[in-house]
Design a protein around this ligand. Structure first.
Ligand code: C5P
Length: 245
């Protein structure tokens, strides 16, 4: 009975505007990938970590992570996040009963959050995601042709039309790590994507693939510190959070 954490780090992270893949970017002087891996190891509920690296960067990834208190392996990721998770999942053996999927782009996810997810899976929920209430009003939109040029010669911006306003009391912003019974996640990766496509379901995370199988996904409380670093603004917020720790 062991828990394997797949740590996805094979993305380029172009929206961060750096020359290097996002996982190698420092937060508080430490590479994001090292912070994320240490957070998983510090939870005490993760037995091993497998990191998905960008093609040709496995050795650099090992160096960036540095020493870790649990065994850590690196595999090359795929062209999409889903393909990268599948590559990591290939390292799960029969002794692995729980698999976590976590993004290096959430380097400050607290160990207590990792523990909360694993505890929920071990208590019988076969798919568990952390989530937080949505604070913004969320509207659904469609493109609306018009793109008036802004005064002062600024480039034209696309205009969208609001279709409706969603009931935010029923919405949650979902984070990682997400936790799964290993066999369920393997089935979700084998069958879920095709089912999601056939039924026009959004499967933008691993839990989405499980939902496409019709298997219930449960949610535990997320943590604001597990924010996803996508833009330079997010990186600045993460730096401040780390300073305050
Ligand atoms: O690009 P984004 O931040 O949404 O990616 C989420 C996570 O998935 C990141 O940690 C990124 O490194 C990882 N990823 C991956 N393989 C890809 C694309 C993204 O492991 N092909």
């Amino acid at each position: 009975m062991t828990t394997l954490a797949i740590l996805t780090a094979a993305g380029s992270g172009t929206r961060l505007g750096r020359e290097i893949p996002k996982a190698f970017v420092d937060v508080g002087g430490v590479p994001m990938i090292a912070l994320a891996a240490r957070g998983l190891a510090a939870s005490g509920v993760v037995d091993a970590v497998v990191i998905t690296a960008p093609p040709g960067r496995s050795a650099d990834m090992v160096a960036a992570v540095g020493p870790l208190s649990v065994p850590c392996d690196v595999v090359e990721g795929g062209a999409t996040r889903q393909a990268s998770v599948a590559a990591g999942l290939g390292r799960a053996d029969a002794a692995t009963d729980v698999v976590l999927v976590h993004d290096a782009a959430r380097p400050l996810a607290p160990p207590a959050l990792v523990e909360r997810v694993v505890t929920a899976v071990r208590s019988g929920r076969s798919a568990v995601v952390p989530g937080l209430p949505v604070t913004d009003t969320i509207k659904r939109v469609v493109p609306d042709g018009g793109s008036p040029a802004a005064p002062g010669g600024e480039s034209a911006q696309p205009v969208e039309r609001v279709v409706d306003t969603l009931d935010r009391t029923a919405l949650r912003a979902v984070q990682t790590p997400q936790g799964f019974d290993r066999e369920l996640l393997q089935r979700a990766h084998a069958e879920g994507a095709a089912r999601a496509a056939a039924e026009h379901l959004a499967a933008t995370d691993d839990a989405g693939l499980v939902e496409a199988l019709g298997v219930p996904v449960h949610m535990v409380r997320g943590d604001a510190a597990a924010l996803k670093i996508t833009t330079a603004h997010d990186l600045a917020v993460a730096e401040l959070l780390l300073e305050g720790r």
